[in-house]
Design a binder for this molecule. Sequence first.
Ligand SMILES: [Zn+2]
Length: 422
Amino acid sequence: MKISRDRERETKRRFDLHTEDPASSELARDINRDIVLELLRRRQPIARVDLARLSGLQRSTVSLIVEQLIEERWIVEGATVRTARGRRPTMLSLNADLVILVVDVRPNHAVCAVVDLNGHFLSRESVPIAAGAEVGVARIAEVLLRLRAGLERKSFEGIGVSLPGRVEPETQQLLWAPNLKWQGYDIKAALEERLGLQVEMDNAANSCMLSELWFSRQGSLRNAVLVTISEGVGAAVLANGQLLTGERGMAGEFGHIPVDPAGPLCNCGERGCWEMFASTRAVLRNYAEREPGKLITSFTALMSLADQGDSHAIAALEQQAVWIARGLRMVTAALSPECILFAGDITACWQRSGSIIQRELAARMLTGKPPALIAIGDGEMARLRGAAALVLQRHSGYHRSTASSSRSVQRDHADEPHEVFA
Ligand SMILES: [Zn+2]
């Protein structure tokens, strides 16, 4: 009974040319390859015959994909297992020795790490990068070289980079990053030259969304928005199962829609952007206005003040939550998501802010119930795993072949709990 249910569920995930975008056979092959890879990740060790049964793909198709993946060292053959009928299928697993270097670039520091094909972290190191693009990227390269040197038995597949800005999909250049100011510097070329590995880059919110779709429990979502709220406010949009990039990768910049024309000047050059009221910088500014003599420079410090009962800190956080909900009115009216995921510093005070956002948003819906609001954590792990997913996608050819329009990522593993990473 369980097997037939599994089969029904997983067969539905087959790429169907009739219901998806008009696609080349190359794209269909890439998607089938993704499906085989994901089944391997979830069910390993697994035999070819079971891959065919669970994917609903032809056995010959599965065999071809498996041979290619073995040749490329993504999967390895293991022990043979005796079945009831006496046959001995060879079990397949993801190659645990194949790993990806990942970087999460924030406005003032970057976190570098090594992730394997199963999404496990092997090492992690933080590096300051406030000195500008050239020095910052050189420091990141030094750390990546050191991480690689510490794992000399592993085989490195590529580098994935998550950035607090928008990356043009075709050129992989940082197009716009008001809180980083690294535009015009070729990050990809600099890292590729130092490391000798291919680099894939994307926006931090997109990276978080990809991580949720590839590695976490949100894989069955069709319409969702992921909002990152830290020093800035970013968003990624999943609409009808497609991760939107828009023209030149610029889709999703809700944080830079003005909500008060008389508001403070934003780093983007406009006044009163949503980010100027909903970000953690906005909370600190708000607190400074209420308590001019008291210098609080971190969101964490402000949260502790609120926990100690400081009424101005509590009021500043409540004001932020109300502004978040006001901006989400734009998001829900424009996109009607079934779910809004939150990442970034805001998740640290979710107990305080989540219910206010929920209440304020419910009062602002055009019609019906508000979408589910889910805090997924500070996002560092999600951004790093998402950066790994960027490389996984490139390898399958899927990212490349759809880069000019959008990326469709359909995963159905809602039954899986969030994995715990060491
Ligand atoms: Zn702005």
